[in-house]
Unconditional design. Structure first.
Length: 332
């Protein structure tokens, strides 16, 4: 038997413990082409909220009263699949549970890069890859650009800040509260907007004055709503927006009225949405670019870790209250 989190009903607004349950599940027989994995680390990510709704999204919705899933790093304890042996550390998608028997197809053995395994759920995994491809490919960011990053103290945002600085860009981050802004500045951001201190647009204009410019070339969006509207307002001609996430709207049912959206036309803005899986075939390129930055200390990681499978749902809820600095992880 294993234990897995199940979605029991569709949430209305912010999910609650009434919407989920931690249940025992029977493990199937280990057959040819399958591996038995015991999870060591679980990834906790905002996109999982959209999967709780029964609506069209870039990921399949969670099914009611069925085990949920998500990114995880685990250890192979038994294998009937070529290329996998007990003791192998693997990256896979059977998270939200303590162990699983899964097809080996789609499971990736962790490369030997001299880092701890949890990094493959953070700066060497979904979050770092999202930051790298979103900044360098989607936003076509280059040396000398002024980059605005929302949720800059979060997992993806903190990686974007450091990547942009390593590539010679001026960076303004946004975070909630003085402590998180201090963290963002510790990542070498040139300025930080405290969105809890007042209207985002006013603070962003002040930050632009602080760094000596009137507008942004790139906006890396993790938040949406008032952050996105503020970015429209201060964008330079032909600015590029990488639309990664909109966490500020995931638990809102009311639409948001954008005051400055018409600037898309006059400023010839380019907005592109993307997800990490768009770039799976380019992971070799990503590892080659990111691993040296991590090893040299140019890109550092910070994790918020909660221990035990029973804490996974609270860790998830913490994403929406700002409980995490850097990547939110669950250690098993």
């Amino acid at each position: 038997m294993a234990k897995a989190w199940h979605l029991m009903q569709r949430p209305k607004g912010l999910p609650t413990h009434d919407d989920v349950a931690l249940k025992e599940v029977a493990l199937p027989e280990l057959t040819d082409g399958m591996i038995h994995v015991r999870n060591r680390w679980l990834s906790v990510d905002p996109y999982m909220r959209a999967r709780m709704d029964e609506s069209e999204s870039y990921f399949e919705s969670f099914q009611l009263d069925r085990p949920m899933d998500g990114g995880a790093v685990g250890e192979v304890v038994a294998s009937k699949a070529d290329g996998f042996a007990p003791g192998d550390m693997v990256l896979h998608f059977a998270g939200w549970r303590d162990e699983a028997i899964i097809p080996a197809q789609g499971v990736h053995k962790l490369p030997e890069l001299g880092v701890e395994p949890f990094h493959f759920l953070a700066n060497l995994g979904l979050t770092g890859g999202t930051a790298y491809f979103g900044l360098m490919d989607v936003a076509s960011a280059k040396e000398g650009d002024v980059v605005f990053v929302s949720a800059a103290a979060g997992a993806v945002g903190s990686a974007v800040v450091q990547l942009a600085k390593a590539k010679g860009m001026t960076v303004i981050g946004s975070a909630g509260g003085p402590e998180k802004c201090e963290f963002v500045r510790s990542l070498n951001a040139d300025a930080c907007v405290d969105y809890k201190a007042g209207p985002v647009l006013n603070s962003l204009k002040s930050a632009l004055k602080e760094v000596g410019t009137k507008g942004i070339d790139v906006y890396f969006d993790n938040v949406g709503r008032d952050h996105l509207d503020a970015a429209f307002a201060v964008a330079k001609q032909e600015a590029r927006f990488a639309e990664c996430g909109m966490i500020d709207g995931y638990n809102h049912e009311d639409p948001y009225a954008y005051r400055y959206i018409m600037y898309i036309i006059g400023k010839r803005l380019r907005l592109k949405g993307f997800i990490f899986t768009d770039y799976q075939e380019r992971m070799g390129e990503f590892y080659a670019a990111m691993a040296p930055l991590i090893q040299s200390g140019q890109v550092k990681s910070r994790e918020t870790v909660m221990d035990g499978l029973d804490q996974a749902f609270d860790a998830f809820l913490g994403l929406f209250s700002g409980a995490n600095t850097g990547k939110m992880l669950v250690r098993l």
